[in-house]
Design a protein around this ligand. Structure first.
Ligand code: 7TS
Length: 416
C-alpha cells in the first residue's frame, strides 16, 4: 500500500481485522464509510474488556465493578468533550446516534421555544434525520420551514441564506458536511449571523466529526450531533453537544431512572447536567469504546486524517472523470470536500453499479442515501457513492475505476 500524507495505510489496516477478508474471492475494498466505518482492534478490545472484566450498571452500585464502570463511563464523556472542544462534560449527552440527538432537540427545545409564525431555516441537502424531526416540530408548533437555495455545485448560496435569515428565524439546522455532495458548510460564519438575528444553530456533524478537527467552542454552535459508528466507534452510541445554559433551560426528553433527583408519588425533580437527559441504563460499553475511537483518531492526528480523506476524494474525483459517461456531483476540484464522491453513469442504474462492484469486492452505497429531496434537486432518483476513511488508499481508488470501466464495457455490450 502506498503511504499518503502522514497516514501510513498499511500499518493502519493491520489494526482493522475485518479488512483482511476477501469478498467474492477479491480483497475487500470498503468504500461505504459514510454509512458506517470499520472498527480497529482497540475499540473491539474496549468492548470485550468491559463485558469480560467490569460489566456493571453505572451511577447506582457501591461495589467495585460498578465504581469502575461509572468511572470509565464518565471518563469517556470527558474524552469526548475534549475531542470536540466542548468546555466541559456537562454539555455532552450520550444518545444512540445523530438521529436521536436531533430528535432530542426537536422534542424538547423546539417544542417549547417555537411559536406559530417562527421559522426554522434548513437546506435542501439535509439527511432525513435533520429534516423530518423539524417537519414534525413545525407541525406541532405552527412554525414554518424555509430552505436556503443551493448553487449549481451544491454549495449554499450565501445571499439566499442572508435573505432568508431574519427576525422570525428561531433555528438554523444545517449539516456540516453533506453525505451526498461532500459540501462543507461554513458553520462558523453561519453561527455568527444566526446569532446576530437571535436564532440558534444546530449542526448535523455526522459526516464531519469523524473526519474534520471540529471544535464546538470555535464554531460557536448551540447544538451539535454525531454518531460513534461513523468514527470507528460501535453502533448504538452517539452524542448531543449543547451549550450548558441552553441544556439547563430545557425539559428532559425521556424520563425514568437515572435522570431524577427526588421522586414522590406525584412529582419528581431532575438531576444536574448532563444526567438530566440520560434516562435509563445507558450504552456503557459503547461510550467507553467511543472514547477509545477518539483516542485512536487523536493518535493519528486529526489534521492527518482530514488531509488523507480530502486527498482520496480529490483523487477519486479526478479519476472518475476519466470514465466515459460518469457524472459526479458536488463541489468540483479545487474546492475542499468531505471524503466522498457521489456519481451516476449513463445507462447504468446506481444499484447495478453497486452490484457489479460488489463482484469485485468493492463495497459502495447506491440509492438516495436518506436525502431524497436533495436527489430531487439533483434531478436523479439515486446516485452511487464511494466514501473513504483512513484505511483506504489511492490504489483502492484505482481498483474502483478499473471496476467501473469493466461495468461500462459490460453494460455497453449488453445494451448494444
Ligand atoms: N446526518 C447525516 C449527514 C448522515 O450522513 C447520517 C447517516 C445521519 C445524519 C444519521 O446518522 P445515524 O447514525 O443517526 O443513522 N448517513 C448515512 C449514509 O449516508 N448512509 O447510511 C447512513
Amino acid at each position: 500500500m502506498p503511504k499518503t500524507s502522514e497516514i501510513d495505510v498499511a500499518s493502519i489496516r493491520a489494526d482493522f481485522p475485518i479488512l483482511a477478508q476477501k469478498v467474492h474471492g477479491r480483497p475487500l475494498v470498503y468504500f461505504d464509510n459514510a454509512a458506517t466505518t470499520q472498527k480497529p482492534r482497540v475499540v473491539i478490545e474496549a468492548l470485550r474488556e468491559y463485558y469480560e472484566e467490569y460489566n456493571s450498571n453505572v451511577h447506582r452500585g457501591l461495589h467495585a465493578l460498578a465504581e469502575k464502570a461509572t468511572e470509565r463511563y464518565e471518563a469517556a464523556r470527558e474524552v469526548v468533550a475534549r475531542f470536540i472542544g466542548a468546555p466541559g462534560p456537562g454539555s455532552i449527552i450520550f444518545v444512540r446516534n445523530t438521529t436521536e440527538a436531533i430528535n432530542l432537540v426537536a422534542y424538547t427545545w423546539a417544542r417549547k421555544t417555537l411559536r406559530p409564525g417562527d421559522e426554522i431555516l434548513l437546506t435542501p441537502m439535509e439527511h432525513h434525520s435533520n429534516l423530518v424531526p423539524w417537519q414534525l416540530a413545525a407541525r406541532a408548533t405552527g412554525a414554518r420551514l424555509r430552505f436556503v437555495d443551493l448553487l449549481p455545485d451544491g454549495q449554499i448560496d450565501w445571499n439566499s441564506f442572508l435573505r432568508l435569515l431574519g427576525p422570525r428565524t428561531r433555528l438554523v439546522a444545517v449539516t456540516h458536511i453533506s453525505n451526498v455532495l461532500g459540501t462543507i458548510n461554513p458553520i462558523r460564519a453561519m453561527a455568527q449571523v444566526s446569532h446576530q438575528q437571535g436564532a440558534a444553530i444546530l449542526v448535523d456533524a455526522a459526516q464531519s466529526v469523524p473526519h474534520l478537527p471540529v471544535n464546538v467552542s470555535e464554531l460557536d454552535c448551540d447544538f451539535l450531533a454525531f454518531s460513534g459508528h461513523k468514527m470507528l466507534g460501535p453502533t448504538g452510541i452517539g452524542v448531543l453537544y449543547a451549550k450548558e445554559e441552553i441544556l439547563e433551560s430545557m425539559e428532559p426528553f425521556l424520563s425514568g431512572g437515572e435522570m431524577i433527583g427526588e421522586v414522590t408519588l406525584e412529582s419528581a425533580t431532575w438531576r444536574e447536567l448532563p444526567w438530566k437527559f440520560e434516562a435509563g441504563t445507558p450504552n456503557i460499553a459503547g461510550a467507553i469504546a467511543l472514547a477509545r475511537a477518539c483516542q485512536y483518531l487523536e493518535d493519528l492526528g486529526r489534521e492527518n486524517v482530514w488531509q488523507h480523506g480530502l486527498r482520496l476524494a480529490t483523487y477519486a474525483l479526478k479519476r472518475l472523470q476519466e470514465v466515459e459517461g460518469v457524472h459526479v456531483y458536488g463541489p468540483g476540484p479545487g474546492t475542499p470536500r468531505g471524503a466522498l464522491v457521489s456519481f451516476t453513469m449513463e445507462g447504468i442504474h446506481p444499484h447495478d453499479i453497486s452490484t457489479v462492484l460488489d463482484q469485485d469486492g468493492i463495497a459502495i452505497r447506491a440509492g438516495h442515501h436518506c436525502a431524497e429531496p436533495l436527489h430531487r434537486w439533483l434531478g436523479v432518483p439515486a446516485t452511487a457513492r464511494a466514501s473513504f476513511y483512513l484505511y483506504n488508499s489511492e490504489a483502492e481508488v484505482d481498483q474502483l475505476i478499473a471496476s467501473l470501466q469493466r461495468a461500462r464495457e459490460y453494460f455497453g455490450h449488453v445494451l448494444g
